[in-house]
Design a protein around this ligand. Structure first.
Ligand code: GAL
Length: 711
């Protein structure tokens, strides 16, 4: 009897123990294909609450239904000792992408990270400019943890003793198959909070899960047309005369220029900043800004948001700043409305109102020895950790807000972001300056809901300059950042001709870039993205043909040096010292972008493009709408000639996006999609056509011509 009682008691205890450990999770379908769950007490200050962006319900609806992508009972969540433990299953052969803006690798299975906003320090350990807590599986689903905490991630590294796939232990002494990294069947995460809200995104392919994540975050940003032109950031101590001279030189030499970036020297004091014009260098900022605007050039101002005692609003804002400083500047608590009013009203009155078009918001990411420590306090009571994870989001949200209220689009630069920031019109950059890693970051940006520019500063050789410039042109922001060295596009004389060709190509491709960004906004498809997001890209490794096997293996390798630019292009950057490289072409026929010649189909090719070209390939049926190489983006109402390039042989269509290019009127329906179509006519010829401009909507194009690139 005693024994029996003891059994019952121990049975009850074990039930209670299990209940306290893993709580049953209820998944609610918040939007089609988007499921939400929560555990414990989720914090009200989180990435989504900070960004405060409404999901694009209609577009999520258009993506249609999807089924819950995982076995619900394989997902475990529990709160232990004030922290949340999460476990998601992994299958054999499944690959993982994302976990923020990584620079070294695209494939993340096997990585251990602590997601922490920081300047990237050379290791993919979670410390990066946007440590977005979102990952995508090659099986076509995504997982997002909505927490503004430093989340630890074991992305398929740890093995639990109750694992259904527990590997066979081997003898290291004698067995050559012994592994120091035995097979792991889960992604495990530790959120240092007593509860969290999380989301699962379904999809038939990885791209669909990414689209859902982006649309859930409001859809990608739609930059103004001018944002997709060319940006030159000038030397920090340049005066307004130097700046105007730079603009004149661009004009005289025939280089495109849409944005001129002023670095810290526009301010009377910086690091910490006064946020006020230096009158010795910029005696009359308003007329300076207007003279540039008249020439079709916009000004972007560098700031870091740490306030100097010499800022005119210093005394007023001081009560709303942190216990600690950054470079002796006061850190504004942007979660407090009054603090925001003081800060942003000053920017609006002294900068936006005189014609400034955007900001570069610097140094809100790291490093630790520059930023506030985790023991800093903020008047709102938000912890230093949460502030660190969201300062980039807060800066984007409220600076963007000023422009929105004026019905003017902006396109700026930012050094920190996070999930939630997808729709903010900012591009991430940094000081790391490794060309190869910059390209990998561009690829990974497509899994993290952010945009990235592989900016060009200076170079050790003409070759490096040209190679960096070429890949920069095929990115969200084509920019030279000459803040320190004053380089110009023509600095390296022996490659100047090629540099100019690419600078002008950037302008010619504006109708394509703009349409691809519109797809980011309306459909959630990142304009520059990983090959792994190309539907059907990863091929089965079971194939029997040897050639196909090489190809299939290549599609499973770490594809970190080539990417998709929009719907139709594969871009394969060249790096210094390389005369040839291999390119993995997805299934289907592919054509050379410059000549229209056939290059391959579902295979690995080797190319030797020479110095003047960066390899770019176009899909069969690829349509690229182009315009003349004008030096400044078209103004609202200005019409440009439209040259529609067609590659390959397959009948196809392309949706060309149009709106006024500068305001938010597109949100009220002032936009159109025109259908470009290539089809075979009655006598067997391929003929292009485009639907009529939509009556009552902006029409930016005239004189339409068709160019058949493949002879
Ligand atoms: C760096 C930034 C550079 C440049 C410089 C000016 O932090 O990354 O692009 O703006 O500051 O001091």
């Amino acid at each position: 009897m005693q024994l029996y009682k003891r059994h019952i008691l121990s049975f009850i205890f074990s039930i209670l123990f299990v209940l306290s450990q893993a709580q049953p999770v209820k998944w609610v379908e918040a939007y089609p294909g988007v499921w939400k769950a929560s555990i414990g007490k989720p914090e009200s200050f989180n990435l989504l609450s900070v960004a405060n962006v409404a999901p694009n319900k209609e577009a999520l609806g258009r993506l249609g239904k999807s089924s819950f992508p995982l076995k619900k009972t394989d997902i475990e969540m529990k709160v232990v000792d004030g922290k949340t433990y999460l476990r998601f299953p992994l299958e054999v052969g499944e690959q993982l992408f994302g976990f923020g803006l990584n620079f070294q690798k695209v494939l993340q299975r096997g990585n251990i990270m602590e997601l922490h906003v920081d300047h990237y320090g050379g290791v993919d350990n979670g410390r990066t400019h946007s440590p977005t807590p979102f990952y995508v599986s090659s099986k076509g689903y995504g997982v997002f943890i909505n927490s503004a905490r430093y989340i630890k991630v074991w992305a398929g590294t740890a093995v639990r003793k109750d694992s259904p796939e527990f590997p066979e232990p081997r003898d290291r002494n004698l067995d050559p198959n012994w592994s120091a990294a035995p097979y792991s069947d889960a992604v495990e995460m530790l959120v240092p909070a007593a509860g969290v809200e999380l989301y699962v995104f379904g999809g038939s392919q990885p791209l669909e899960a990414v689209q859902r994540f982006n649309l859930f975050n409001g859809g990608g940003c739609l930059p103004p047309r001018w944002g997709l032109g060319f940006t030159q950031r000038i030397k920090t101590l340049y005066t307004s005369d130097d700046a105007e001279n730079e603009v004149k030189l661009f004009e005289e030499k025939g280089y495109p220029l849409d944005i001129l970036g002023l670095e810290p020297g526009w301010q009377s004091k910086s690091y910490p900043g006064s946020f006020s014009w230096d009158r010795s260098r910029f005696p009359d900022p308003a007329s300076f800004a207007h003279r540039l605007l008249d020439k079709g050039v916009r000004l972007n101002l560098w700031i870091n948001p740490y306030v100097s005692p010499s800022a005119p609003f210093y005394k007023e804002i001081k009560p709303y700043t942190s216990s600690h400083t950054v470079w002796l500047g006061n850190i504004v608590d942007f979660t407090i409305p009054k603090a925001r009013d003081i800060f942003f009203n000053h920017l609006k009155k002294n900068q936006l109102d005189i014609g400034i078009s955007g900001y570069k918001i610097d140094e809100i990411d790291g490093y630790d020895n520059w930023l506030w420590p985790d023991v800093a306090t903020f008047p709102s009571g938000i912890s230093a950790e949460q502030m660190r994870q969201t300062y980039g989001l807060l800066s984007q949200r409220y600076s963007f807000d000023m422009f929105q209220k004026m019905n003017k689009r902006t396109y700026g630069l930012i050094r920190a972001s996070n999930a939630g920031g997808v729709s903010f019109p900012y591009v991430i950059y940094n000081d790391y300056y490794d060309h190869k890693n910059f390209v990998t970051a561009l690829i990974n940006s497509s899994f993290s809901g952010v945009l990235w520019t592989p900016e060009v500063r200076s170079s050790e050789s003409s070759e490096e300059w040209l190679r960096r410039f070429q890949s920069n042109v095929f990115s969200p922001l084509a920019m030279i950042n000459a803040w320190s060295d004053g380089t110009k596009p023509w600095t390296f004389g022996d490659v100047e001709e090629y540099v100019k060709e690419y600078a002008l190509l950037r302008m010619k491709m504006m109708p394509y870039w703009y349409s691809e960004f519109a797809k980011y906004h309306f459909e959630g498809t990142p304009p520059f993205r990983a090959m792994n997001l190309e539907n059907g890209f990863m091929q089965s490794l079971d194939t029997k043909e040897t050639n196909a096997l090489n190809y299939a293996e290549a599609t499973h390798s770490d594809m970190k040096d080539q990417y998709m630019a929009g719907e139709n292009l594969v871009v394969a950057p060249m790096f210094t010292g390389e005369i040839q490289r291999s390119v993995v072409l997805p299934k289907g026929n592919w054509y050379d972008f410059y000549t229209g010649e056939y290059v391959g189909n579902g295979e690995v090719i080797t190319v030797q493009p020479g110095l003047s070209k960066m390899p770019v390939f176009v899909k069969d049926g690829g349509i690229i709408p182009m315009m003349p190489a004008i030096l400044h983006s078209p103004k609202p109402g200005q019409q440009v000639n439209l040259e529609i390039r067609y590659y390959g042989k397959k009948p196809s269509t392309y949706m060309l996006y149009d709106d006024d290019g500068t305001t938010f009127d597109y949100q009220k329906g002032q936009y159109s999609w025109r259908k470009i179509k290539f089809d075979i006519n009655a006598v067997g010829e391929m003929v292009g056509s485009i639907s009529d401009p939509v009556v009552g909507k902006p029409n930016s194009f005239n004189n339409i011509s068709y160019v058949y690139m493949t002879k």
